[in-house]
Design a protein around this ligand. Structure first.
Ligand code: RP5
Length: 177
């Protein structure tokens, strides 16, 4: 817990919040903060941690093996490059794992996407889009999973989608020359 990047809205006392947001590096937070932001908009408690598959493998093992007992219900895992974090977590828990490919400098996140999406049959990771869109959608999808058994989150999700629809203009605005 010493390298948490953020903690938002604790869950029931003695229990972890329902969503864990984990990432391979501090540098991933610029992307993964969008997962935290949308969960905060929906009022879904979450916790963010740095867990590197390669630099802190024992932390990865300890987090993934203990996640269910800790009280987490959905794990969102973001990583870039040789992005083994979501898949390794999925290999160690049956909690739903949503993978966010972080956009890498060298290969624009295509390396991250391929590393996360090509899981062997039997160990699923729900893979989202590269970068910010994937991070936002991971938050929405985590909320949708929780909404199946939580009417408060369900209502918040329906309202969020309605606001999004209402925010789309009928016609494009003029741009400055
Ligand atoms: C991955 O390596 C991380 O998920 C990050 O996207 C990438 C680069 O990490 P840093 O060198 O910026 O720490 O493990």
């Amino acid at each position: 817990m010493s390298e948490e990047v953020t903690t938002a809205k604790a869950g029931p006392s003695g229990s972890a919040p329902p969503v864990a947001i984990v990432m391979g590096s501090q540098s991933d937070w610029a992307t993964m903060r969008h997962t935290a932001a949308v969960l905060a908009e929906l009022g879904v408690a979450h916790e963010a941690r740095i867990v590197s598959a390669h630099r802190t493998p024992e932390r990865l093992y300890s987090f993934a093996k203990g996640a269910r007992a800790a009280g987490f219900k959905v794990i969102v895992a973001g990583a870039g490059g040789a992005a083994h974090l979501p898949g390794m977590i999925a290999s160690l828990t049956t909690l739903p794992v949503l993978g966010v490919p972080v956009e890498s400098h060298a290969l624009k996140g295509v390396d991250s996407l391929h590393s996360i999406v090509q899981m062997p049959g039997g160990v699923p990771v729900g893979t989202l889009a590269i970068g910010r869109a994937g991070a936002v959608n991971a938050g929405l999808l985590a909320a949708a999973i929780l909404a199946l058994s939580d009417p408060v989150i369900d209502a918040a999700l329906v309202a969020w989608r309605r606001r999004q629809t209402e925010s789309v203009a009928e016609a494009p605005a003029e741009l400055p020359e």
